[in-house]
Write a protein that binds this ligand. Structure first.
Ligand code: ADP
Length: 183
């Protein structure tokens, strides 16, 4: 009887850990990496209680980095595809140059409502309009150097994770803290 009660208490967490929760793609942009903000940014998502399921550094080969902004090439493929909805904007070439200018940290995070919540943690696109307490509000000053990306919808979360991660690079696991986060 005792062990049955115990199992009942922990069952929701087992079920939650087996179900695929909402996912989002978070990327620390080259300025975030160069400014040594990787630990700080990851820490904000970790502390909130989301689950990290994918993490890697992606670096455009040095010899290609300079031409990426001007002409489509292998390493800019990912950013061009990623930002394809913005390709008619005047700042698009600058954006591709920025994202391909150095290593980025690609991350997949999972959790209930993670897409909208991550956008709140990140803050407004223009860091001067982002609230204090948000990543951009605390750590950045310009739209063109706003340190981090977060998917804007669950559909884009899936699409961007599939774009930046290869099969086998994502990790399914159950955080030990699950019963202390989810009732
Ligand atoms: P967000 O990243 O907040 O979802 P958008 O999808 O509108 O914002 O834009 C994508 C990225 O393009 C921004 O994070 C920023 O790096 C860049 N960007 C947007 N608007 C401008 C602009 N006016 N000038 C330069 N870069 C911009």
């Amino acid at each position: 009887q005792k062990s049955l009660t115990k199992r009942r208490i922990f069952l929701p967490h087992l079920v939650a850990s087996m179900q695929k929760m909402e996912e989002t793609y978070i990327m620390i942009k080259p300025d975030g990496v160069q400014r040594g903000l990787v630990g700080e940014i990851i820490s904000r998502f970790e502390k909130k209680g989301f689950k990290l399921t994918g993490l890697k550094l992606f670096k455009c080969p040095q010899e290609l980095a300079e031409v990426c902004a001007l002409s489509p090439c292998f390493c800019s493929y990912f950013c061009r595809e990623h930002y394809k909805d913005l390709n008619s904007k005047p700042f698009f070439p600058k954006l591709i140059g920025y994202i391909t200018s150095g290593p980025v940290v690609c991350m997949a995070w999972e959790g209930d409502g993670v897409v909208a919540s991550a956008r709140k943690l990140i803050g407004a696109t223009n860091p001067l309009q982002a609230e204090p307490g948000t990543i951009r509000g605390d750590l950045a000053v310009q739209t063109g150097r706003n340190v981090v990306h977060g998917s804007d919808s669950p559909e884009n979360g899936k699409r961007e994770i599939a774009l930046w991660f290869k099969e086998g690079e994502l990790c399914e696991w159950t955080p030990a803290q699950a019963p202390w986060l989810l009732e």
